[in-house]
Design a protein around this ligand. Structure first.
Ligand code: FMN
Length: 332
């Protein structure tokens, strides 16, 4: 029976998620260390960063780091981006061989770099090409294929219902909709009417995305759209335990007690350690900067610390500085 607040398990094709709270793919953020934290703190699935379908770049470090492996915990879900149906099918096949249990197709990315090549959200303007890509990818792999899109190209061309119907006909197993058009980029507020309309139209699972930044908002979006799942992106940056907070709220109708400073410190330290190991010290310490900024920017008087941390490129200095910061917070 459907839980009143929407919290439930979710099955996508043959993949069973323990719940219907999903961590969004975010290039430059959703790497293995971040996804592991999302899983640990209650996400039912965490989708890996987009992987370029163009095989000419697969040998690069960037692509190699984005590939899934046996070391990935949780459901191994990866997103592919491209515009050529054959290339997309090959990329799906390649990732399935690497161990992907679910392939997501990116039709939501608004980046000029991506849209220039007619990929990401630009594809929504060409429904015939969308159908070709989806059919090719679905036929290429045994694992479920999902689609992530926006509501349309701009406010005069909101065609997410049409694309969702095409997707369902092509064998796509779930659809995520970010409640903005391409031309909105990240401006304004996400709208949920289009997501609700898609949910009323198709029978495959619909995943609502956009501006879900609290347990209350999660509940509202579930109730308003009747979506089968929600996807959270930016609000999980520096706050990957948001998933367990949402789960708790939806189950119990009250807030989970906030993490203590000690608990947050431990999570950040573990995150940094995982980043250093995953990327190596040089790259890991640079990537650590933005995560530490997100983890600490809500603490009063953290500006000076964050400015200082943003130029540290030595892992032991980073750890030392961070420890001193948390000590200062505790003593305040
Ligand atoms: C830094 C960043 C990187 C992103 N990268 C991707 C991506 O690779 N693929 C994708 O489909 N969406 C990407 N997105 C969009 C998110 O998945 C999500 O749809 C969007 O942020 C709206 O959700 P939110 O309001 O919960 O953040 C990215 C967003 C951000 C902020």
């Amino acid at each position: 029976m459907r839980n009143i607040a929407g919290f439930n398990s979710l099955t996508i094709g043959n993949v069973k998620l323990k719940n219907n709270l999903i961590a969004a793919p975010m290039a430059g953020v959703s790497d293995r260390p971040f996804r592991q934290l999302c899983y640990r703190f209650g996400a039912g699935m965490a989708v890996a960063e987009m992987f370029l379908a163009n095989s000419a770049v697969w040998h690069t470090d960037k692509s190699a780091l984005r590939m899934l492996s046996e070391e990935d915990s949780g459901i191994r879900a990866i997103q592919i981006v491209g515009a050529d149906p054959n290339e997309m099918a090959k990329a799906a096949e390649f990732n399935a061989k690497q161990g992907a249990q679910l392939i997501d197709i990116n039709m939501g990315c608004p980046a000029k770099k991506v849209n220039k090549k007619l990929a990401g959200s630009a594809l929504m303007q060409y429904p015939n090409l969308v159908a070709d890509i989806l059919t090719n990818v679905v036929q290429a792999v045994d694992v479920p294929v999902t689609l992530k899109m926006r509501t349309g190209w701009d406010k005069n061309h909101k065609n997410c219902i049409e694309i969702a119907q095409i997707a369902e006909e092509c064998g796509i197993k779930a659809i995520t909709i970010h409640g903005r058009t391409r031309s909105c980029l990240f401006h304004g507020e996400a709208e949920y009417d289009s997501i609700k309309a898609v949910k009323q139209t198709v029978s495959i699972p619909v995943i609502a995305n956009g501006d879900i930044n609290s347990p209350e908002k999660a509940k509202e979006v579930f109730q308003y759209t009747q979506a089968d799942a929600i996807m959270v992106g930016r609000a999980a940056e520096g706050h990957p335990w948001l998933f367990e907070e949402i789960a708790f709220y939806l189950q119990h109708g009250r807030q989970k007690p906030a993490k203590t400073v000690d608990e947050v410190e431990q999570i950040v330290m573990e995150h940094l350690d995982a980043l250093y190991q995953f990327y190596g010290e040089y790259k890991g310490s640079r990537i650590a900067r933005k995560h530490v900024n997100w983890y600490t920017n809500h603490y009063a008087n953290s500006n000076q610390f964050r400015r200082l941390f943003s130029v540290l490129d030595n892992t032991s200095q980073q750890i030392k500085t961070l420890k001193a910061f948390f000590n200062q917070i505790r003593n305040n």
